[in-house]
Each structure stands twice: as structure tokens, then as C-alpha cells.
Design a protein around this ligand. Structure first.
Ligand code: CA
Length: 748
């Protein structure tokens, strides 16, 4: 009650300076939470015993066990329907927001786009400071998956952030002023940092990403939190075999890479996302990304054989020394971009009648793994999403049983689930010890994996070695657009799955309208929270999956919520901002009427009544392209170039699924000299569109424009009001889509 009075009558209180009680009371209130004398005073004991302070959220997944579970219960199944917006902060972006905020002693620390950091009063939303590391915008060309960041680490009055261009920066928690900064990567190579650091006993631990590009060799590094001095570094793949003498783990790994000179392409295996820690075992756990390039026939030679350790693996190292402890490879010889970087969750499960310390992961490859975290021993692996890349897992070892033969079916390709977006990706997965369930943001998306010929493969940016122009046509070319969309809608699904790791099956499932939904939060109030791609923030009964609350948002959500208390009030926070790999690739993303891509940090509480500003709807209009005069061969070449080089940001098939320009809507004046000035001349490098002069010829540019004019013309036709015949066809195609999809799978 007193806090309400203080907030509500702040200006009145200023006028009544003589009213001693009110002024003194507000001063106490401010000292209690808004400006702690020494903010972010976090140490080893506080982090290890995080459950003793349930109102704090001191690390992106709250505890070293990374459960994204809160013991708070003031907001619960009985009253969640009264949840409303308490405050919000404009994140000054229309790109993806992926961070989970951290809250320590009433101050919230979070990140936005371009690795920017924010400190806010966690009760009122007042901005205390912000810090912009000024990442060069042209660096965006080195990013597979948007200008995103997944959060900060806090330790001993400092805030730590990794930047897109590979720096690790320590900030003063009181002012946001930089204390030290180290460059953690070779900045001449396409490395990037999007993951949140972790701090363990005075060591800041950070990895990096970039295995969609050539030249990236994955590693994770521990720096001294006090001064940025490097303590240890663990490489996830060998470098030059001649240089691995001091590492028995890398010497063992060398044997799984057979093609001479492979290491010159980097190898991949980056540690780009979450890490977990077991203080009793002194083990740090992280996942590693795909090997590079994706195409294992280019990477490993004609047979494709070779496990390529330690890519697509879960790895444990000693936190003091960085020395290898164990690994479990989820996808040996990966060819599908099945990174193993998804969240790793520690828990104690009853395995065969004995309480067992386990590590769990809902992997990109669609299998839910349970391992003994002391040794890495396989306990179970079960599909939680649609998959046809393996016949299954060996029951004893967990090793996938190969399909046999050429998995890509040469250059014609094979339709495979999951897509590179994964059955589950980086979106945080909550695990509730109360229900024993893991809450997984799941998606079923197919992808046409097809080999790029080795002569076409150029180890440049990006360098997959798979034919992305074919990938853009996972459905047979030349089909009626209505049938195409019906087939696609049937083949994809976005869901929230409550997974029982012991019974190895879903306890309940909620189907979503779209794929690429947000991460999850579980609470002791019996709730699971999730934001969706279609712009809803929802709360479910954690046991039954019954929806108990829904809040309509003007934008899609990919981040995970978190919760905390200030002065006894429980808040639930969420970053809203549509983006990331699947959003950029587009296609499945829907620009619904009234959608606003503006990003906000949203904080809710019971009875909250704040209102977001009115949405500024995105309306691209109807494209008005120049007349298509190019030959079919030119359009085809343009399709090939576009989908290989441009689709990663502007969308597969030139359908942008984000706020980035949808090139079908280019103004007429942008074709010709304007197009050339941007793509070859780099005149928009400061806005994030780097010059492609090093990979594109003038002919390429002409071809891409021909392709875009064709796509714009098709789009214009499809946007016309459908007649009665088209409406009937839509109904028929929706009915036959499941059968047609089954046949399509057989054909590929
Ligand atoms: Ca990857």
C-alpha cells in the first residue's frame, strides 16, 4: 500500500516537502530498491544458492542448473487471469529480441539489438543507464541469424556482455561505463557473439558463433572477471593437426576428420548459446554447433564418412582448467545444421530406481536426450518432433542409426524434417521440478537438403555447400500457388510440448498458429508462460496445459519470459521483438494485418493497467515492378544467386519474414543504378547492408534483379482479390494437402 502511495503521488510529494512522513517514506523506498548502493553485488555463494533468493533472477536461466524455473507463487493458477502490463520500455528496434533479462536487487539488466545493454528500475521501468558498444553495422553480413543478443551476466558490481563483432565487455553496474574490453575472436573471420556469458567463481565464460560461414573454428574461453585476462580456452575442433600436441582430446578428435586440409575451412562446432554448471562436479557443460560446411561430402570427401568431433555435441570440461571431461555427440557427421547448442538443463531424476544427476536437452535434431552428467553416459533419447533424418537411436549408445546411401539424393535433394531451424532451437526451455515436465517450444518444418557440387562451392560468406536455391523449393516447382500454400501449411507445425523425460512422451501439447515461437518459463505458481510468433503472451496450467491467461501483443515473440519480485510484488518480464533465423528466412512467417515490428521490453503484474502505444501497422502495399524482359535462364541464375547469398536476411524465395526489406516491394527507382550502388557500391553499409562486391559480378546483380522482378510480378498477381474459382480451389487443396505431402515426400 505504501509503495502505491509513493508511486502514485510522487509529484504531490515533491510539492509537499514539509510533510516529513511522506518524503522520508519515499526516500526509504528508493533506497530499498531503485538505487542500491552497490548494484549487482553477485558472488559465487549467491549464484550457487540462488534458490535461497527466489525473488532474484541473477543469470539468464536463473540458476546454474538452467531450469528457467522460478519458486515464486504470488502469481498462480488462481489469479493469473488478473495479470496486466505494469510497465514497458521501447527497445528502439524492429529486429529480433532474444534476451532473457536478469534482475538483481531491484535492478533489471538486459540487451537489445546490436549488443546494446540496458539497466532499468525493475519496479518502475525507469531507465538507469544504457550502453551501446557501437558494433560496425556492416558486420551484419557475417551473421546467419539477425543482430540479436541473448543477455548479460552479472558479477561483483559488473555487467558482462558479448558483442556481435566478438568483443567481451565488462561494464560498471552502477553507471554502465566500460571497465574493460577484450577481443575474443579473429575479427578478420566471420565470428560473432549472440549468446549470454556465464560467470563462475570469478571467471567469465563466453563462446561464439559463425559455422554457417567458412573459416570459423569453435571454442569457448574463460576470462578473469576482474581484468579480462584469459585463463583457459577449449577448442571444439582440431586446428592444424600439427598443432594439437598439447591436447589429448583434440588428438582423439583429429582421427574423425579425414579429408586432407579440412581444417583450413575452420571446422565449425561453435559454442554460441547456453552453458550449464554443476558446482559439486566442477563441470561446465556446453553444446557445440554444426561442422562447416553443412555438406559432409565436401567436408569429408566423397564417402561423407567421419564423425567430426566435437561438433554437434554436448561437452563437459573442468571449469578450473578448461580440460576435457566427456562428450556425447548427438549428430555424428552432421549434414543438416543440427547444432547441439540448445539449452542444457540439469536436474535429478529417478533413473532405474536411483536418484541420478542428469543433463537434458531438446536437440535441434528432434530427439530429447537424457544423459548422466557425471560421465556423459546415455540414458535415453526420444523424438519429441517430426524427424526422418535417422532410423532412430541405438538404445544402448544413443548413436543415430544411419539411413544409408546418399542422404541428400545428390543435387535433386531430399525433403527432411527437421529443417535447420530445428525441432527445437535456442529458445529457452523451462523444466519444472514441481511437475517433472520440460516445456519445449517445438516446431515441425521440412527442408529440401540438396548437395551443391564441389565446383560450385566457394568457401566464402555464407558457405553451406548445400544448394539453397533448391532449398527454396521444398515443394515441386510449377504448382498452383494455392496448392503450394496448402501443402506448406500442412507440412509445418508450431507447438508447445510439455515433455515427460522419464515416461519419454508428451504429457500435453498446445498447437500454435505459426512456427518459431518464444521460449518458456515455469513457476511454482503452477504456471507455464510463453510468447508466440502470432503475438500472444499466454499462461498455461503447468500440469494440464489449460490456457489460463492470454495477452494480445502487436508483434511476435521469440524470447523467453522471466519473473522476479521487488518489495513483495511479483513481476513477469518478456522481450517482444520478431526476428532470428527462421523469421529472416521468411516464407512461413505471416505479416498479419496490423502487425507492428517495433520491439519492447514488457513487464506484467497482477492488476497492471499500462497500455502500449498504438501499433504502427506494417503495410507494404502492392508491388509495382518494372516489366520483366530477362530470359528464363537469367531468372533461374538470379534465383540461384539470391537464395544462396541474399535469402539468409531477406527471406527464402524473396519473402521477407521480418522487418528487413522484402525485395519484391522494391520501388521502381531502386532497380538499375540504385541496386548496383547498394549491392556493389556498399552505400548502405552503415545501415547493415554490406557491399557484396567480393562475391557478386555485374551479371549476378542483373540476374538477381530479373529474379526479383519475376517474384514481384507473381506477388502482385497473387494479391489480387481471389475470385470464386480460387476460393473453391483453396478449399479443395486444403483437403488434399496431407495426401499430396505424403506423395511429395516419396518423390524426394
Ligand atoms: Ca548452425
Amino acid at each position: 500500500m505504501f509503495r502505491m502511495a509513493c508511486e502514485g503521488r510522487g509529484s504531490l510529494a515533491r510539492k509537499l516537502r514539509g510533510v516529513l512522513l511522506v518524503v522520508a517514506g519515499c526516500a526509504v523506498f528508493i533506497a530499498a530498491h531503485a538505487a542500491p548502493a552497490a548494484p549487482a553485488m553477485v558472488d559465487a555463494q549467491r549464484l550457487i544458492h540462488a534458490d535461497a533468493e527466489p525473488g532474484q533472477w541473477m543469470s539468464v536461466a536463473r540458476t546454474y542448473s538452467e531450469q528457467r524455473y522460478s519458486p515464486l507463487r504470488a502469481v498462480n493458477t488462481g489469479n493469473v487471469a488478473q495479470l496486466g502490463l505494469a510497465w514497458f520500455h521501447d527497445m528502439d528496434t524492429t529486429r529480433g529480441l532474444e534476451a532473457t533479462p536478469v534482475v538483481v536487487d531491484g535492478v533489471m539488466y538486459t540487451t537489445g539489438t546490436w549488443s546494446r545493454v540496458y539497466a532499468l528500475d525493475a519496479a518502475t521501468g525507469k531507465l538507469l543507464w544504457s550502453y551501446d558498444p557501437k558494433v560496425p553495422r556492416a558486420h551484419a553480413v557475417n551473421l546467419c541469424c539477425d543482430v540479436v543478443n541473448r543477455g548479460v551476466a552479472v558479477w561483483n558490481r559488473r555487467i558482462y556482455v558479448g558483442t556481435l563483432d566478438g568483443r567481451l565487455i565488462a561494464l560498471d553496474a552502477a553507471t554502465g561505463a566500460p571497465v574493460w574490453s577484450v577481443v575474443t575472436v579473429d575479427q578478420s573471420k566471420p565470428y560473432s557473439i549472440t549468446g549470454a556469458p556465464r560467470v563462475i567463481d570469478g571467471k567469465v565464460i563466453i563462446g561464439n558463433g559463425g559455422a554457417e560461414f567458412s573459416g570459423v573454428r569453435g571454442y569457448v574461453t574463460a576470462y578473469d572477471a576482474a581484468d579480462g585476462r584469459q585463463i583457459w580456452r577449449f577448442y571444439t575442433v582440431p586446428g592444424n593437426p600439427a598443432d594439437n600436441a598439447d591436447s589429448p582430446a583434440l588428438q582423439r578428435a583429429v582421427k574423425t576428420w579425414s579429408k586432407p586440409g579440412w581444417w583450413r575451412l575452420g571446422g565449425g562446432g561453435p559454442v554460441w548459446n547456453d552453458m550449464a554448471y554443476d558446482p559439486a562436479l566442477h563441470l561446465l557443460y556446453f553444446g557445440t554447433g554444426n561442422a562447416n560446411p553443412w555438406n559432409r561430402y565436401i567436408r569429408n570427401g566423397a564417402s561423407g564418412a567421419g564423425d567430426n568431433l566435437y561438433t554437434a555435441s554436448i561437452v563437459a570440461v573442468n571449469v578450473e582448467t578448461g580440460k576435457y571431461a566427456w562428450h556425447f555427440q548427438t549428430t555424428p557427421g552432421d549434414a543438416w545444421d543440427y547444432d547441439s547448442d540448445e539449452q542444457l538443463v540439469l536436474a535429478t531424476l529417478d533413473v532405474g530406481g536411483a536418484p541420478t544427476p542428469v543433463i537434458m536437452q531438446a536437440n535441434k535434431n528432434a530427439f530429447f536426450y537424457v544423459l548422466d552428467r557425471r560421465t556423459g553416459a546415455f540414458i535415453s533419447g526420444t523424438p519429441f518432433a517430426r524427424q526422418n533424418w535417422t532410423k532412430g537411436l541405438d538404445a544402448k549408445t544413443g548413436r543415430p542409426i544411419p539411413l544409408g546411401g546418399d542422404i541428400y539424393h545428390g543435387e535433386s535433394g531430399r525433403v527432411t524434417w527437421p529443417a535447420p531451424f530445428g525441432g527445437h532451437n535456442w529458445q529457452g526451455m523451462a523444466y519444472s521440478p514441481q511437475t517433472g515436465l520440460a516445456y519445449i517450444p517445438v516446431q515441425d518444418v521440412p527442408f529440401l537438403y540438396a548437395a551443391q557440387s564441389e565446383t560450385d562451392f566457394k568457401p566464402v560468406t555464407p558457405g553451406w555447400g548445400t544448394a539453397m536455391n533448391l532449398a527454396a523449393q521444398a515443394l515441386p516447382a510449377g504448382l498452383d500457388p494455392l496448392l503450394q500454400s496448402a501443402l506448406y501449411a500442412d507440412a509445418v507445425a508450431g507447438k508447445l510440448v510439455a515433455w515427460d523425460p522419464l515416461r519419454r512422451r508428451a504429457a500435453w501439447t498446445v498447437e500454435h498458429a505459426l512456427v518459431w515461437n518464444g521460449g518458456t518459463l515455469a513457476t511454482a505458481g503452477g504456471l507455464v508462460f510463453q510468447g508466440t510468433a502470432a503475438g500472444n503472451f499466454r499462461a498455461y496450467d503447468a500440469t494440464s496445459g489449460t490456457e489460463l491467461w492470454r495477452y494480445k501483443l502487436p508483434n511476435g515473440v521469440i524470447a523467453a519470459p522471466m519473473t522476479y519480485t521487488v518489495d513483495g510484488t511479483q513481476y513477469v518480464a518478456l522481450m517482444m521483438g520478431w526476428g532470428g533465423s527462421a523469421a529472416l528466412a521468411g516464407g512461413m512467417a505471416v505479416k498479419w494485418p496490423g502487425r507492428d515490428f517495433h520491439g519492447y521490453l514488457l513487464v506484467f503484474k497482477l492488476g497492471g493497467a499500462a497500455q502500449l502505444p498504438a501499433p504502427q501497422p506494417f503495410n507494404p502495399g502492392i508491388p509495382d515492378p518494372p516489366k520483366l524482359t530477362a530470359t528464363a535462364a537469367q531468372v533461374k541464375a538470379g534465383n540461384r544467386f539470391y537464395n544462396q547469398r541474399c535469402a539468409v536476411c531477406h527471406g527464402v524465395d524473396a519473402v521477407s519474414g521480418s522487418s528487413l526489406p522484402d525485395l519484391r516491394y522494391l520501388p521502381n527507382a531502386m532497380y538499375g543504378k540504385g541496386f548496383e550502388a547498394v549491392v556493389l557500391g556498399g552505400v548502405m553499409a552503415n545501415a547493415g547492408m554490406a557491399s557484396f562486391a567480393d562475391v557478386a559480378t555485374r551479371q549476378d546483380i542483373d540476374d538477381v534483379q530479373a529474379y526479383l522482378i519475376k517474384r514481384a510480378t507473381e506477388t502482385r498477381v497473387s494479391l489480387r482479390q481471389p475470385g470464386w474459382w480460387a476460393r473453391i480451389k483453396t478449399l479443395v487443396f486444403r483437403a488434399v494437402a496431407p495426401l499430396a505431402n505424403w506423395l511429395n515426400g516419396l518423390l524426394h
